[in-house]
Write a protein that binds this ligand. Structure first.
Ligand SMILES: [Zn+2]
Ligand SMILES: [Zn+2]
Ligand SMILES: [Zn+2]
Length: 356
């Protein structure tokens, strides 16, 4: 993430008559593209001449994972903490459960947060909540399950979010999902996580700032403008239903990056209605299914970005999901500059995902 000087954005979304952009495409030339929201730069390294097939994951040699030794197939028997939420099926089995992480990244608060200084340094207690959302089936993952089951996962996210957001000292709740070892999943059994923390993450802060800046100049939400432009141009859209759209973003940081956004302006994820959950379930399921088809089941991460729950209003932000397949690793250039290199144009990636 870089705090680059951000090019002043004049009103970009124009009426249809003025839509024709100047020819951007020059085969085999790299492009530096700027993320309209964060101001970050990415390199689209066309000169590497890669095709969608070049990003396919090699077929994995049987993942070592048995139901018998799984910690999440029977969380109670394996000594996980007590559920904070459970969904049952019609025949009295469970379908989804949420419980506190046994090894949390943040310590559950029992009192006030202490803010301390130590010479030139500052630190505070790492207090927060860290929960695991587990679906019943050991092998059934997003992308292979029924849409309604993914909707149930979103219902669980929302239910837990609404509870955690009211806890003292929680200012942001990150919801994410790691799929596969390379994406950081240490347990094979499909699961997502919620981490409620006392600070707003730098990435979200940057997006909030960018959205505010764009609004000041254009009197419109930057995400709404992006959605409008993408629907009009139809070059980077990979899926849409009535309420959600999935696109490969113009300034994709990584090959085959996908965003899923509500088409209507919605700053707060937690205010989703039942129909939204059904439709986002379908959109995420479809996006992941397409990624799996084109890239041969790659490891990936997805996460939600939504307005902080710190008691302030964020009318110009627009919640969304970002999916990042593991198609590259950060090396010296990325680590030193914060500029990621995507070795395929998002337009080409979108085309193959759309057709999958
Ligand atoms: Zn399992
Ligand atoms: Zn919006
Ligand atoms: Zn975001």
């Amino acid at each position: 993430m870089i705090m680059s000087s951000i090019k002043k954005t004049k009103s970009k979304i124009k009426t249809k008559s003025s839509l024709k952009p100047p020819k951007r495409k020059k085969e085999n030339l790299s492009e530096l593209r700027q993320d309209l929201i964060s101001g970050d730069w990415v390199v689209i390294a066309n000169s590497r001449g890669k095709r969608p097939d070049d990003f396919k994951t090699e077929t994995k040699v049987s993942e070592k994972s048995s139901v018998e030794s799984c910690l999440f197939c029977d969380p109670i028997a394996s000594g996980q903490e007590k559920d904070v939420l459970i969904y049952n099926t019609a025949d009295d089995d469970w379908s989804l459960r949420v419980f506190p992480n046994k090894y949390p990244a943040f310590t559950r608060p029992t009192g006030k947060i202490h803010h301390q200084t130590e010479g030139p340094y500052f630190w505070m207690d790492g207090l927060g909540y860290h929960e695991i959302v587990v679906t019943k089936d050991h092998f059934e993952r997003i992308g292979t399950m029924e849409n309604l089951k993914v909707a149930e996962i979103f219902d669980a996210f929302q239910t837990r979010y609404l509870d955690l957001m009211n806890k003292k000292s929680v200012r942001y709740i990150e919801i994410f999902h790691n799929q596969g070892k390379q994406a950081g999943a240490s347990i094979f059994h499909p699961h997502s996580q919620l981490v409620a923390i006392p600070v707003i993450s730098p990435y979200v802060k940057l997006e909030l700032k960018g959205a505010d800046r764009y609004y000041k100049t254009n009197k419109k939400c930057v995400f709404c403008d992006i959605i409008e432009w993408e629907m009009e141009e139809d070059e980077r859209v990979i899926f849409e239903n009535d309420k959600f759209i999935a696109i490969c973003p113009f300034a994709s940081r990584r090959a085959f990056e996908v965003w899923v956004l509500p088409k209507e302006h919605q700053p707060y994820f937690e205010r989703m209605e039942t129909e939204d959950k059904i439709q986002v379930g379908e959109a995420l399921n479809e996006a992941v299914r397409k990624i799996n088809t084109v890239l041969n089941d790659p490891d990936y991460n997805f996460y939600l970005h939504t307005s902080p729950c710190d008691g302030k209003d964020y009318p110009h932000y627009h919640w969304h999901i970002e999916i990042l397949p593991k198609t590259s690793i950060w090396a010296g250039f990325e680590l030193s500059t914060g500029i990621e290199i995507s070795a395929i144009e998002p337009e080409k990636a979108a085309k193959s995902l759309r057709e999958a």
